[in-house]
Write a protein that binds this ligand. Structure first.
Ligand SMILES: Cc1cc2nc3c(=O)[nH]c(=O)nc-3n(C[C@H](O)[C@H](O)[C@H](O)COP(=O)(O)O)c2cc1C
Length: 493
């Protein structure tokens, strides 16, 4: 089931008992954050604040702060379903003979046809333009101040639409927007983002870049905006693919961009080629305040919205937070894409505590000397995975999600001199431990078992394992004896 709008999705959540209407009067400054974090940390429901002091519209938070809601947003009951859909999309099996080739070709064509049919549909007008405000006053929107040390109120969950001036392709990304004044915002796209790259191209021409910041899209479009969609695939097509139904786009009123017709609020405007203003501090994904830094200024020239819009927001901070939970879903959904480049990867864990960009644990089927190092370097060359500060590689039979098992393998099987790879390269703009911003070290740990073909000079010892027939016999004994059943099931070797 595809949700065409945020409103449809909130209604679906409510019917499942997964939405809490907050009727108590609360402030947009800090109080919504405090209640939102309580819900996120207890795997609680999405929240709809209906009585925000001084505001004319409700505020929705924690809408995608649980794996079950993210799956539902993508039209599924479990997060494995969209992962499987993507897996089918990217699966490129070598054809088995002529018949296999024909079958594969027809499968590929069918997939391409599905993708084509799920491209955006143009509509002449949409609810996002029911009201057009030519006189811009951002104070009419209940923008949150999330944390006490934030420099200002910040739009935290906008889908920012920019266009590449060379290809004319539109791109969407979630970049926060700090409010500077009644009609200006800080455009916080970090240097590695596609939005920032589009901006550099417009600036090089000495031209303004037109922007539409869309607040409160349908949930699949929000997900596509934050997901590391491979270059060459439009986020808007990807959103349609994820939800299994084309996205409706309509022309923005005053900028040459197309916007999701079913959105709640659209801020239209531009970013000038040279103007900068300090953005931050802001309570960021890291759990620290970001350093104040100059960013381009977004001049909002028009606001369009539904007659009764809902303002969608989120709160970043030390995990668990909504964005960290989304990062975990991205890990599951995009594993097939990573596997397309690195088919030797069996499984991948980007632990919540690693903030998605800091720690990656990979299990691989090792087939030649120094294979783990090849995987590390390939990962550091793969889209936003390039930011990974620590990559741990374990053997195919190690459960990467069992952190005790991973620590056991690292401590026992990695030699600090031989099995550590340290490299220099680009790091995420939010990273704090690198002495120079944007540049830093990354470390790979080869925690696989070593063999003589790896150049390991002494025999690798044999792991202790119980005789399977004894294990099976004792299992039958335990199951048939109520007293012995207290011993529980079998785990490990
Ligand atoms: C809640 C949330 C807030 C984000 N805020 C920012 C931001 O302010 N600046 C930024 O560059 N990326 C931010 N991101 C990450 C981007 O949305 C993400 O990297 C996305 O894939 C866009 O990358 P692209 O523009 O390179 O395609 C945020 C992500 C989430 C989930």
């Amino acid at each position: 089931m595809a949700y065409r709008s945020l409103g449809e999705f909130l209604a679906a959540l409510e019917s499942r008992g997964d939405l809490l209407r907050v009727r108590a009067a609360v402030s947009q400054d800090l109080e919504i954050t405090e209640l939102t974090q309580r819900s996120v940390r207890t795997d609680g429901p999405a929240l709809l604040f209906e009585n925000v002091k001084g505001a004319s519209m409700p505020v929705a938070t924690n809408v995608l702060g649980s794996t079950r809601r993210i799956a539902l947003a993508l039209g599924s009951e479990s997060i494995e379903e969209p992962a499987e859909k993507i897996s089918r999309l990217v699966r490129l099996k070598p054809p088995a003979g002529v018949l296999g080739a024909i079958r594969d070709l027809s499968g590929t064509l069918a997939t391409l046809e599905t993708l084509r049919s799920l491209g955006p549909k143009r509509v002449s007008k949409g609810p996002c333009q029911e009201v057009v405000e030519e006189k811009v006053d951002l104070s009419t929107i209940p923008i949150l101040k999330c944390w006490p040390g934030d420099a200002g109120r910040t739009i935290t969950f906008p889908v920012v639409i920019t266009k590449d001036p060379e290809s004319g392709e539109q791109h969407t990304g979630i970049y926060r927007l700090q409010q500077y004044g009644p009609d200006t915002l800080g455009m916080h796209f970090q240097v590695h983002r596609v939005g920032a790259n589009n901006y550099r191209k417009w600036s090089a021409r000495g031209e303004r870049m037109e922007v539409a910041a869309v607040i409160g899209c349908d949930p699949a479009t929000v997900f596509a905006g934050l997901a590391p969609v491979p270059e060459g695939i439009s986020n808007l097509v990807f959103a349609g693919f994820l939800r299994g139904e084309s996205l409706e786009l309509t022309k923005a009123v005053g900028v040459d961009l197309e916007v999701p017709a079913q959105a709640e609020i659209v801020l239209e405007g531009y970013v000038g080629p040279t103007e900068r203003k300090v953005e931050g501090p802001f309570g960021d994904h890291t759990g620290y305040y970001s350093a104040p830094e100059p960013f381009p200024v977004f001049h909002v020239t028009r606001i369009t919205h539904r007659e009764k819009p809902v303002y969608l927001s989120t709160v970043t901070g030390k995990p668990p937070t909504e964005d960290a939970i989304l990062g975990k879903a991205v890990e599951r959904v995009f594993l097939p894409v990573v596997r397309l480049v690195l088919p030797e990867i069996v499984d991948m864990n980007l632990p919540l505590e690693g903030l998605f960009i800091n720690v990656a644990i990979l299990s691989i089927g090792k087939s030649y000397p120094d294979h783990p190092r090849k995987v590390m370097h390939a990962l550091w060359g793969l889209g936003q995975m390039m930011f990974t500060r620590y990559v741990v590689v374990v053997d195919h039979d190690v459960d990467v999600h069992d952190l005790r098992e991973v620590l056991y393998r690292v401590g026992l099987q990695a030699d600090p001199e031989r099995d550590i790879e340290v490299v220099q390269g680009p790091v995420d703009q939010l990273s704090i431990s690198n002495p120079v911003p944007l540049l830093g070290a990354k470390m790979g740990i080869d925690a696989t078992r070593k063999r003589s073909e790896d150049g390991f000079p002494r025999p690798w010892p044999e792991e202790i394992r119980m005789d399977p027939s004894v294990a099976a016999r004792m299992e039958a004994l335990v199951q048939g004896d109520t007293l012995l059943r207290r011993l529980g099931g079998r785990k490990g070797s």
